[in-house]
Write a protein that binds this ligand. Structure first.
Ligand SMILES: Nc1nc2c(ncn2[C@@H]2O[C@H](COP(=O)(O)OP(=O)(O)OP(=O)(O)O)[C@@H](O)[C@H]2O)c(=O)[nH]1
Ligand SMILES: [Mg+2]
Length: 486
């Protein structure tokens, strides 16, 4: 029984302010993304509230009317519909509206979804004998510590903003020591001012709080706690620095041993980077229909192997408003992208908001100094666009806009082979052709030529074997020095 309670999804309400200048499409795609983030955290989103305002309320983000509406919903009190009817019991769909009039006008789909959500929330709450309809309210912006505090007071439940939701996902998905330390630094940086806020509000009585970043973190928060946080951040930074040295050494070793041809898969979260990594390298990296499944860089060899041998790395995904501290924390991980010779910028072509994915990724790449690295835009998941005709039309439109892009599905072997070819062709461009002569006395080195070059032709005469090869100029030079030319 208690196990059942534990695994039951926590119910969340999503709320946002619709600012002027933000289109309905932008608003809806941002909300959809926040719902996906909530799902990744294990929340069941039961209702979405939108308030049109010229700006955020300085005190508590939402206006008083909307706060009260959400509070009633969360606390399981009867709801007032637009025409004044109570909404607690399921009623015909046209009467069940709780979304603001403005939002109803602007987001028809959102309204239909919100009605369904409200009905399900009411039914499931009633079935469980639980008055409350939600446990947490998720805000689709980053809000200040004091706004969060005031909003929690007004709603009577926990409030998490977009940044906190993302930090929480990173926190849960971090696997390696480096990723854990990176996330922890960003998280503590986010919590510190919120602790100050909690301490301020708590006053001498030391009122207990939970909430934004809370999990009890604000309890009795004082100077000592804040010092502890500062110390912990400093400690984590030292640990990371040590890990960085180790990473650099490993990377240097890898570079010595292997070729410099390196490709990094970058792009929005859930675009299919890890799936492509698997397909291109035949490896078993983690693929999940979750946001931020990958937090660490993995490196594998392009398979089938090419000349020169190409290393492929998978990286952490990006998202709109990626908390700045996280970008900073993941800089060392993202260096892999900045140092690559080629970037594969993966974009989910089946996402109606794919253009935003492109801009966001371009921005982050600039921020980490990777904007000068040559890149191929890979529009993935074209299989999810619609029927064959729709897919063709989508490809045509993308090609008109991005002439050199690759439009593909990671699920189709033929498409993956095409991408493999494009990568190989990129690296072949810098290669030179040469003829090498290997005397019969040095035949044990034959394997070396095959391992380092693409052998275009092999002939034999009395003195030895003749190879017509293609390879990196450095490799060719050193082979010539050792074996001589034909
Ligand atoms: N239909 C379809 N689904 C795909 C395709 N490529 C990937 N997926 C699915 O999309 C989801 C996300 O894929 P991942 O490879 O984990 O995405 P990612 O870019 O690595 O995501 P993060 O690690 O979160 O940044 C998974 O459920 C994949 O199976 C594709 O071409 N078509
Ligand atoms: Mg991934």
């Amino acid at each position: 029984m208690s196990k059942e309670v534990n695994v039951k999804a926590r119910r969340a309400v999503v709320a946002t302010v619709h600012l002027p200048g933000v289109s309905d499409i932008e608003l809806e795609s941002s909300l959809t993304e926040l719902r996906e983030l909530a799902k990744t955290l294990g929340y069941e989103v039961v209702r979405t509230f939108v308030q049109k305002r010229a700006n955020f309320d300085a005190t508590a983000y939402l206006g008083t009317g909307k706060r009260e509406e959400i509070r009633r919903f969360v606390q399981g009190e009867p709801l007032e519909s637009e025409d004044g009817e109570a909404l607690a019991a399921p009623a015909p769909a046209k009467r069940r509206s709780g979304v603001g009039r403005a939002a109803a006008k602007t987001a028809r789909h959102g309204l239909a979804a919100a009605r369904e959500e409200a009905k399900e929330a009411a039914l499931s709450a009633a079935a469980e004998g639980d008055q409350r309809r939600a446990d947490v309210v998720l805000i689709d912006h980053e809000i200040s510590p004091s706004q969060a505090r005031n909003l929690e007071d007004a709603l009577g439940c926990e409030v998490m903003d977009r940044t906190m939701v993302i930090l929480e996902i990173f926190h849960r998905h971090a696997r390696t020591n480096a990723a854990r330390a990176q996330v922890e630094i960003a998280r503590l940086g986010y919590l510190a001012p919120r602790l100050r806020e909690a301490a301020k509000l708590a006053g001498p009585q030391g009122r207990q709080r939970s909430g934004v970043g809370g999990r009890g973190a604000g309890e009795g928060a004082g100077e000592a706690d804040r010092r502890k946080i500062r110390d912990r951040i400093a400690e984590l930074k030292l640990e990371l620095a040590a890990m960085d040295v180790e990473r650099q050494t490993q990377r240097a070793r890898r570079q010595e041993r292997q070729s410099l041809a390196r490709v990094a898969l970058v792009g929005y979260t859930n675009a299919g980077k890890s799936t492509l990594m698997r397909a291109l390298t035949g490896s078993e990296v983690l693929v999940e229909n979750k946001l931020f499944a990958t937090l660490d860089t993995t490196v594998r060899t392009l398979h089938p192997e090419t000349v020169p041998r190409v290393l492929v790395s998978d990286t952490v995904g990006f998202i709109k408003n990626l908390p700045h501290d996280l970008v900073a924390s993941f800089k060392s991980t993202l260096e892999e992208a900045a140092e690559a010779s080629l970037l594969l910028h993966v974009i989910d072509a089946s996402d109606p908001g794919y253009e935003r994915q492109v801009y966001v990724t371009d921005d982050v790449l600039k921020e980490i100094g990777a904007d000068r690295v040559p890149r191929i835009r890979v529009f993935n998941k074209v299989d999810g666009v619609g029927d064959v005709k729709a897919q063709k039309a989508c490809e045509k439109a993308l090609r008109a806009r991005y002439p050199k892009c690759v439009v593909m599905s990671a699920l189709r072997q033929g498409d993956v082979a095409r991408l493999h070819k494009a990568i190989a062709a990129f690296f072949r461009k810098g290669l030179v052709k040469a003829e090498l002569r290997l005397p019969w006395s040095a035949q044990q080195s034959r394997g070396e030529i095959f391992a380092n070059c693409e052998v275009l032709e092999e002939r034999a005469d009395e003195e030895g074997a003749l190879f017509r090869v293609r390879g990196e100029s450095d490799t060719i030079r050193s082979l010539k020095e050792r074996f001589g030319t034909a």
